[in-house]
Design a protein around this ligand. Structure first.
Ligand code: F6R
Length: 244
């Protein structure tokens, strides 16, 4: 694993955006995997700025998002589709046909998951996948459990994730209890992985996930087995790491 520790969140976002931009400059038709949540927000603002300045063009990329709530229409203010268009895609002038996000309103959610997995494969696989990490160590919506999920699937969210995500909704009751999520297997097939975490509240889970044993009860720990995974932290998220 590669580690990058930045002095603060701003420099972390700049570093993260530079790695993504470098990928696209090297291969303009890159397939990018994106995440939602607080962790990538500043990175997305940096990417929009780079694109506006003409430093990099996203006109040929294709993107796949990690997950989407089941039962929320695409234009729902809390859908991940809306999040991506509001916080990244519109700012980079992306076309609708470039970005794929699981459809949480599909009549047959299992069929949607199968189609999604196939679409990633048809696109040639993901070149660079951006990830955040949940407080219980989840990546995408792969919650701790007895084994690692292989493919895109319907996942039941656990109480801690519902609690963490209620900040975006009027109340915890409004947070959907299920989501469509890429599997751990789907994520591990990405050629490169970039996991971003910032803030003191992520320090312990970062240490456990990446310096502790690999176990499905801490999903992100599997990334220790990925051949090209970079963990990019601000100083606070790195504060529990010991190097001896
Ligand atoms: C979002 C996702 C989640 C988040 C994780 C951390 O698409 O896949 O795994 O990355 O819940 O969320 P934040 O960044 O809000 O702390």
């Amino acid at each position: 694993m590669h580690w990058i520790v930045c002095p603060d969140e701003k420099s972390q976002a700049k570093a993260c955006a530079s790695i993504i931009a470098a990928q696209v400059l090297q291969k303009p038709s890159s397939v990018l995997g994106f995440a939602t949540g607080s962790s990538p927000l500043k990175t997305y603002a940096e990417l929009i700025e780079m694109s506006r300045q003409g430093a990099v063009s996203f006109s040929r990329v294709r993107t796949f998002n990690l997950d989407e709530y089941a039962g929320l229409p695409r234009d729902h203010p809390q859908s991940y589709s809306r999040f991506m268009w509001d916080n990244l895609f519109s700012g980079m002038n992306m076309r609708e046909d470039q970005a794929r996000i699981p459809n949480g309103m599909a009549a047959d959610l299992d069929a949607e998951c199968r189609d999604y997995e196939q679409a990633i494969e048809d696109a040639g696989g993901i070149d660079l996948q951006l990830l955040g990490i949940g407080h219980d160590g989840h990546i995408a919506f792969n919650e701790p459990g007895p084994d690692f999920s292989k493919f895109t699937h319907v996942e039941r969210l656990n109480a801690r994730t519902v609690e963490a995500n209620k900040r975006f909704f009027d109340s915890a009751d409004d947070v959907p209890r299920t989501a469509l999520s890429m599997g751990v297997g789907s994520i591990m097939r990405a050629r490169r992985i970039l996991l971003a975490a910032s803030g003191k509240d992520k320090a312990e889970i970062v240490k456990e996930a990446f310096l502790g044993p690999v176990t499905p009860s801490l999903t992100a720990s599997i990334l220790q087995f990925h051949g090209d995974c970079t963990i990019i932290l601000d100083r606070e998220a790195a504060s529990a790491l010991t190097y001896n």
